[in-house]
Structure formats: structure tokens, C-alpha cells
Design a binder for this molecule. Structure first.
Ligand code: FES
Length: 354
């Protein structure tokens, strides 16, 4: 965690603000990021620690596309009282210091001549950063962007500016669910009926990469629609806001039996340092056990969504309750989400640096 100063604050919509952090010269390498990555902010709320992940919504600093000054911009929605959103909107001021974790995440812009973002609400934030970079390097970008009403659309101005700069290569389809638009195609939700028509209108080529970001139902629908159109799994990348409750897989129940037999020997490598600890049946997850010995362990959502707690299994085996963040290839390579993992073996070794 590093304390970063707020250097800018402005309102994006009625319920969202942009917060810009300055990155001191000595921290620039730590806070360099790829378009699409997120940072986690940590705040104390009523004596308890709260962490939230926010996508970086501008092209990376110092890469010739983003700002020259080292800054990180996030878009924060006010989601009712008691969260970082409320603090950002009501209490935060320029010059305040906020604890921020280095950028993370593998939902990033890929190489290729064409990209399609399918997003809803604040799901636009990582994809906006991707679009800026992709367009600057000469790629085509289509953004299918769902919102409730015109007044809830974030980054309208930024998107209009990009459209002015790259009229031939950027297509933005604003879809509004609670406000009629002139075209019936653009009125309603991004669902299984409308999305194929929107994709027909955009007519992406066979090499296009797809970036899905929004609520789980929209992301799942988009995945199915794309698979039905013959788009390869490797061309589809996604990030969820939050996950809906689902029962854990059967193997997860086995972890309770392993822990009932006695403490599990857990070894972690983090920041180049190895630490050994005991996980007991009272620890909800490997992450919860590891945090007691290594409070510097990275995490954010604790819900299997953000991927911040990703680690590679070196020895032993775990079962995950949920996983909404890992790509199939990462799982095949042995990566797990520590916040969702419990042991299936009496010894487990994880590498957070892998
Ligand atoms: S902390 Fe977000 S997936 Fe584990």
C-alpha cells in the first residue's frame, strides 16, 4: 500500500466522480499499468478496513498516449452511504492522501487490429482506457455501451472527443434501457435478442477481440452470443462488477474434512519472501489465514471477482468456492484465487509472485 495524494476531483454524473491520484517520482515504476488494469483503494470505515477495486479510466501515463504527468484516474460511483464512493463524493479533497495498491488485473488490451467493448454502466472505465490506446496505435474500436438513461452515461465527453479524433475507426453504440432512443435497436437492454443485432450493425471482422465488463448476467449473455457466432474463447476477455451467489462446487465440501483433521501447513512466497503458517478450520480461506502472517498480501473484493489475490499453487491442492476472475489457461497453469481457496491436502504452497 502506498499513500497517494488526490490531485484532481470532478463530477462525471449525478452519482459518480472521477478521482485523480498523483504518483510520486519514486513510485512510478510500481504504478505503471496496462490499459484495462485496476487499483485497489483502502479506507477505514468506522474502525473496519474496506477495500474496493477501481479500473483505471485513462490511457497509462508516460506512454505517449496518456498524460505525461504520472497520474492514476479512477471513476467512483456513490453506492449509498458507508463506502469509498460516499467518501470520494462528499469528503475527499485535493491534497488528501489515500492508500492505493499497485495496479493489477489481466483484463487488458490485446494486440490486434480490431476491438469490441460490450459494457454496461461503469463497466466502461477499463474499456475507455483500452479504446484510447487502441485508437492511438491505429486499431479499430467499437463500443457497445449500455446505460439506464442519458444522464447516467459516464465519459460522454471523452467518448465524443475520441469520436472527433478517430471518426473512421471508432464506433460508439449507446444503448439506453429506460429512455427511448430514435432507433429501436438502441432502446432496451444489451440482451440475447439485441446484442446480435448490435454486433451485426458493428460488423466486426473475424480477428476482433472482445472485452466484456458489467454485471454477471450481461457478461454471461454476451459470452453465449459470441460463442454462438463462432468467436473463439481466446478472443473474449471479461471482467465482472460483482458476482451473484452460486453454490460452491462439490469438491469444496472436502476442504472442511481436511481442516477437521488438523491444521494445514501453508507456505507462501510474496515479495520474494517465504512465510510458513498454519491454517485452521476457523480460517474462511487461504487468504484469511495468510493475512494473519503476511498483512501485505494483496486482495480487494474477497468475492472471487477481481483477481487481485491470484497465486500459483506450487505444491498441494486447493478447492475454490467461486472463481469469476481466472482465464481457463491460468487455471490450467495452476493459478487460484486465495480468497476463494481452502486446502484439499495437508500441505499447500502458494506463490503470489508467479
Ligand atoms: S480478492 Fe478479489 S478475487 Fe480474491
Amino acid at each position: 500500500m502506498t499513500l497517494l495524494p488526490v490531485v484532481g476531483l470532478d463530477r462525471l454524473t449525478d452519482d459518480a466522480v472521477r478521482v485523480v491520484f498523483g504518483v510520486p517520482a519514486g513510485e512510478r515504476d510500481v504504478f505503471r499499468y496496462a490499459p484495462g488494469q485496476h487499483v485497489t483503494v483502502r479506507v477505514e470505515l468506522g474502525g473496519t478496513e474496506a477495500r474496493r477495486a477501481y479500473s483505471l479510466c485513462a490511457a497509462p501515463f508516460g506512454d505517449g498516449v496518456g498524460a505525461d504527468a504520472a497520474t492514476l484516474s479512477i471513476a467512483v460511483k456513490e453506492l449509498g452511504p458507508g463506502g469509498f464512493g460516499e467518501i470520494a463524493a462528499a469528503k475527499l479533497g485535493v491534497g488528501d492522501l489515500v492508500e492505493v495498491l499497485p495496479p493489477a488485473g489481466r483484463f487488458v488490451l490485446q494486440t490486434g487490429p480490431e476491438h469490441v467493448g460490450i459494457v454496461a454502466g461503469s463497466g466502461v472505465t477499463p474499456v475507455l482506457a483500452m479504446a484510447e490506446v487502441a485508437l492511438a496505435r491505429g486499431d479499430r474500436f467499437t463500443l457497445i455501451y449500455g446505460n439506464r438513461t442519458a444522464s447516467s452515461v459516464m465519459f460522454l465527453e471523452e467518448l465524443a472527443d475520441l469520436k472527433d479524433r478517430y471518426p473512421e475507426r471508432l464506433m460508439v453504440l449507446h444503448v439506453l434501457s429506460r429512455e427511448p432512443r430514435e432507433a429501436a435497436l438502441l432502446t432496451g437492454r444489451i440482451d440475447a435478442e439485441r446484442l446480435p443485432e448490435l454486433l451485426d450493425a458493428a460488423a466486426p471482422g473475424p480477428e476482433a477481440r472482445y472485452y466484456l465488463c458489467g454485471p454477471m448476467a450481461m457478461v454471461d449473455t454476451a459470452k453465449e452470443v459470441l460463442a454462438g457466432r463462432g468467436v473463439g474463447r481466446g478472443q473474449v476477455h471479461f471482467e465482472l462488477f460483482h458476482a451473484e451467489d452460486a453454490p460452491p462446487p462439490a469438491a469444496y465440501a472436502e476442504t472442511a474434512k481436511v481442516l477437521a483433521d488438523g491444521d494445514v501447513d501453508v507456505t507462501v512466497t510474496l515479495g520474494g519472501r517465504r512465510t510458513q503458517l498454519a491454517m485452521s478450520k476457523d480460517d474462511d480461506s487461504v487468504l484469511a489465514a495468510v493475512l494473519k502472517a503476511r498483512p501485505d498480501t494483496p486482495y480487494s473484493c474477497t468475492g472471487g471477482v477481481c483477481g487481485t489475490c491470484r497465486a500459483k499453487i506450487v505444491t498441494g491442492e486447493v478447492a475454490m468456492a467461486h472463481d469469476y476472475a481466472l482465464e481457463p489457461e491460468e487455471k490450467a497453469e495452476g493459478f487460484v484465487l486465495a480468497c476463494q481457496s481452502r486446502p484439499l491436502t495437508s500441505t499447500v504452497e502458494l506463490d503470489f509472485d508467479a
